[in-house]
Design a protein around this ligand. Structure first.
Ligand SMILES: Nc1ncnc2c1ncn2[C@@H]1O[C@H](COP(=O)(O)OP(=O)(O)OP(=O)(O)O)[C@@H](O)[C@H]1O
Length: 260
């Protein structure tokens, strides 16, 4: 009961574009899967509208961190704050509607056509159908896709087109935070570069806070205002690309840079 009374509700107006919103703070997080401790006393702050890329060893806890931010996982200890509000005091469905989440390959609903996939959250929010139509068309143009794609189903699209639709869907409700997990992983280099350009362009037009997990060091350095380099559940270095290139602080960071 006390917990219910504590629940805040994130309303759309809480995320009005005129306000500076969407900072993320993880504070003293512990997270284990059974007895496998992944994060231990993990703290980090991400500013509103910052683009953060995250790179590191396999199994270092990158996806775990993303899932803690959107409430898919709960910390064993510690707290996650968005704009200073502990997300455990927020209605979780509401929270996730305000955070776009793009993952590699998966994520599009196979039984829904592309139009319905993109408009999914807007329909959940009971947005006016005409507004939904306009927004979907706007997103298709933004992602440099053809309108005739809307009636097709995910398995009738190429990998690159699916990635774009995944991004369009994540952007549809104008989330102030977008989490991307190896979102450009399954496409060729040219498409990957095009998607990076697209993301930078959209972010310039309609800023949002981005946490972008990648295995590609070039991509991490190109996209991130700051780059978080993780190893075994801790941060090795978290700094601008330039500072990381000029002053790598650990052997692990040096090793990563040697692949450039
Ligand atoms: N649901 C789960 N149950 C048990 N162990 C898990 C679960 N999810 C992740 N793990 C383990 O936790 C560790 C961290 O996983 P996580 O997915 O956060 O790493 P990651 O840095 O994103 O890795 P990758 O770069 O390989 O995707 C890994 O050892 C993984 O096997």
């Amino acid at each position: 009961m006390i917990r219910m009374l504590q629940k805040h509700s994130f309303k759309a107006k809480d995320y009005g574009r005129s306000q500076k919103m969407s900072s993320i703070r993880l504070e003293h997080i512990d997270k284990a899967y059974d007895d496998n401790q992944i994060l231990k006393d993990f703290s980090v702050e991400i500013d509103s509208h910052e683009m953060i890329s995250v790179i590191g060893g396999s199994g270092s806890g990158k996806t775990t961190m993303l899932k803690l931010i959107n409430g898919l996982l709960l910390p064993d200890q510690g707290h996650v704050y968005i704009d200073g509000i502990d997300i455990q005091t927020i209605n979780q469905n509401e929270l996730r509607r305000h955070i776009g989440y793009v993952i590699q390959n998966i994520g599009l609903f196979p039984h829904m056509n592309i139009e319905d996939n993109i408009s999914y959250v807007l329909r959940l929010q009971k947005t006016d159908p005409q507004m939904i139509k306009e927004r979907v068309h706007e997103l298709i143009v933004m992602m440099d896709l053809d309108q005739d794609i809307l009636k097709r189903y995910p398995d009738e699209l190429s990998g690159g087109q699916k990635q774009r639709i995944g991004i369009a869907r994540a952007l549809a409700a104008n989330p102030q935070i977008i989490l991307m997990d190896e979102a450009f992983g399954a496409v060729d280099e040219i498409t990957r570069h095009g998607l990076q350009d697209e993301l930078l362009r959209i972010h310039q037009k309609v800023p949002f806070t981005l946490v972008f997990v990648t295995h590609n060091i070039q991509e991490a350095l190109r996209l991130g205002d700051r780059v978080m380099i993780m190893k075994d559940g801790h941060i090795e270095q978290f700094d601008t690309s330039q500072n990381i290139l000029d002053h790598p602080q650990t052997d692990f960071v040096k090793q990563l840079l040697s692949y450039l």
